[in-house]
Ligand binder design. Structure first.
Ligand code: NAG
Ligand code: NAG
Ligand code: NAG
Ligand code: NAG
Length: 468
């Protein structure tokens, strides 16, 4: 797991910044350890597909004509993400040469650079940027993973985007959901009479979280909630109950036995680590798949994505946790009221047209070897757009212009729950300051990139500290 962004370390003493220290910190950020589990899974799938082709691909890469002989547009990943030194990729009728080899920066056929948000670094950007150089950002992760990108001066530098935002060019909002079938499946659904029996030994609510004190401030809310209703907490945060030894590893989160434990509960606390529209993770989908009612806190617009109006209890951050506890207790005692939240599941009815349409129309699949994964889809979106302009030029038409808008990656500043603002000096205090710092960094970076010249890390930090 990645810690908070490198810039956090700048906060304490902004006037005595040591650029070389910062540099060391951002190198850590750059490491492969920052890849999300989801991306690793998707890459794994990619490798499965490519298995056996790998060697021949490498050989093919060497055989690919170098220099001006290369006919196809070159698209350079400015990130080690795919690890592909060279691959001719087919995107419908179009073909592009994809590579992570940065020495293609100055190649005449290079048309686009692909960036991965989590390892987007201020060091050695592909500058100067030529007129023909399109920039594309792939960022599926939580904002806590690189806040810089979430500000207008940076996000608008990109021509193409794939982010969790429904407004991006290739929205990844449903990236953690396999499909409608998985959502309505009843594999783990337990009868309420059985859940009621289990209530003799189990709490009505379960919480499993090991990433404590993230920007959403969820642990403070849950701690307060626990004063008013019984919660079994199996993770490291607010831990009060142990999992069986074989499930204690964080990789066991998708284990069948773990699902069986969760499925016994009436409610799962599904609290995201950050609060932004469209930022929805498996925390929401898992309880829905299992047939447990999610008590959701995260994307303020989550109702746009729920299978049904009555499929989750959505937390209102303005209300005290005590009030939520009272509501959950009422549902716990009243079978009829509780079951209304599972009616969609029992009937396998997904009434949300927006969700159904999105899942049908997204041009990628999740854990589905019959479909492209979202990384392939992103590469092809850029390849096809590059070709679109090549064809337009051939027809002497003006080039098409794409530009990311602020809404393609946006999140309000992190907020602490008011009932506990002054209660502690825990790491939760850091996020707001981190966000403000990232805003300064984005501005400085925007200015430097617009100058369109190489710059050093020292120049960058000077610009940040100058406040531009
Ligand atoms: C990267 O590309 C350059 C120029 O095409 C080539 O000389 C070099 O060997 C490549 N590097 C790797 C690691 O493949
Ligand atoms: C969900 O609820 C909203 C407001 O309560 C209503 O406008 C909407 O039609 C409902 N949608 C469905 C699918 O029932
Ligand atoms: C890409 O974005 C840059 C910066 O906004 C812009 O100057 C350029 O025209 C865009 N290119 C295309 C093909 O959209
Ligand atoms: C930019 O900086 C890098 C690293 O310092 C250097 O290798 C490269 O040649 C520079 N490019 C230009 C155009 O100055």
């Amino acid at each position: 797991m990645c810690g908070p962004g490198s810039h956090i370390f700048v906060l304490t003493k902004p006037s005595s910044v040591n650029p070389s220290f910062m540099c060391a910190v951002s190198v850590v950020m750059y490491s492969q350890a920052c890849l999300s589990v989801q991306v690793i899974e998707q890459l794994g799938e990619f490798e499965q597909k490519a298995l056996g082709q790998q060697l021949s691909q490498r050989q093919a890469a060497e055989a690919i004509p170098r220099g001006s002989e290369l006919q196809d547009p070159v698209i350079v990943w400015w990130s080690p993400l795919t690890g592909e030194l060279g691959r001719l990729g087919e995107c419908g009728p179009n073909r592009c040469f994809f590579t992570v080899n940065k020495s293609y920066h100055s190649h005449p056929q290079t048309k686009a650079f692909l960036f991965y948000g989590t390892d987007f670094s201020i060091e050695s950007l592909p500058l100067p940027r030529h007129e023909q150089h399109q920039w594309a950002l792939f960022h599926e992760e939580s904002p806590k993973n690189n806040y810089k990108l979430f500000h207008e001066p940076l996000i608008t530098l990109f021509n193409h985007t794939a982010t969790f935002s429904r407004r991006s060019h290739l929205p990844l909002t449903t990236q953690h959901l396999e499909g409608l079938g998985a959502l309505s499946a009843q594999t783990h659904l337990l009868p309420l009479s059985y859940k009621n029996q289990l209530r003799r030994t189990l709490a009505p609510v379960v919480y499993v979280q090991s990433d404590c004190d993230p920007p959403s401030d969820r642990d403070v809310y849950v701690r307060e909630l626990m004063q008013h209703i019984q919660v079994d907490s199996y993770g490291q945060c607010l831990h009060n109950k142990d999992l069986p030894p074989h499930l204690r590893d964080s990789t066991a989160m998708d284990d069948h036995d773990f699902y069986q434990i969760l499925a016994q509960y009436k409610f799962i606390l599904a609290f995201e680590n950050a609060v932004c529209d469209d930022y929805i993770t498996e925390k929401l989908w898992r309880p829905l798949k299992l047939g447990v009612v999610p008590v959701y806190y995260g994307a303020p617009n989550v109702r746009m994505w729920l299978p049904d109006n009555r499929s989750a209890v959505v937390v209102d951050p303005q209300e005290p946790p005590k009030k939520l506890a009272q509501y959950l207790k009422r549902l716990d005692k009243n079978d009829w009221e509780y079951l209304r939240y599972l009616e969609w599941k029992h009937k396998r009815e997904i009434s949300n047209v927006n969700l159904v349409t999105e899942l049908k129309e997204r041009p990628w699949g999740v854990q589905d070897i019959g479909q492209d994964n979202f990384i392939d889809a992103f590469e092809c979106m850029v390849c096809n757009r590059v070709w679109e302009n090549i064809h337009r030029r051939e027809k002497k038409l003006p080039s098409k212009v794409w530009r990311a808008e602020e809404s393609h990656l946006t999140c309000p500043p992190p907020k602490l729950f008011e009932f506990a603002v002054r209660s502690s000096s825990s790491p939760r205090q850091i996020w707001r300051a981190s966000y403000e710092q990232s805003r300064r960094e984005a501005r400085a970076l925007g200015l430097l990139i617009h100058r369109n010249r190489n710059f050093t890390v020292t120049q960058f930090w000077r610009k940040v500290i100058e406040g531009n």
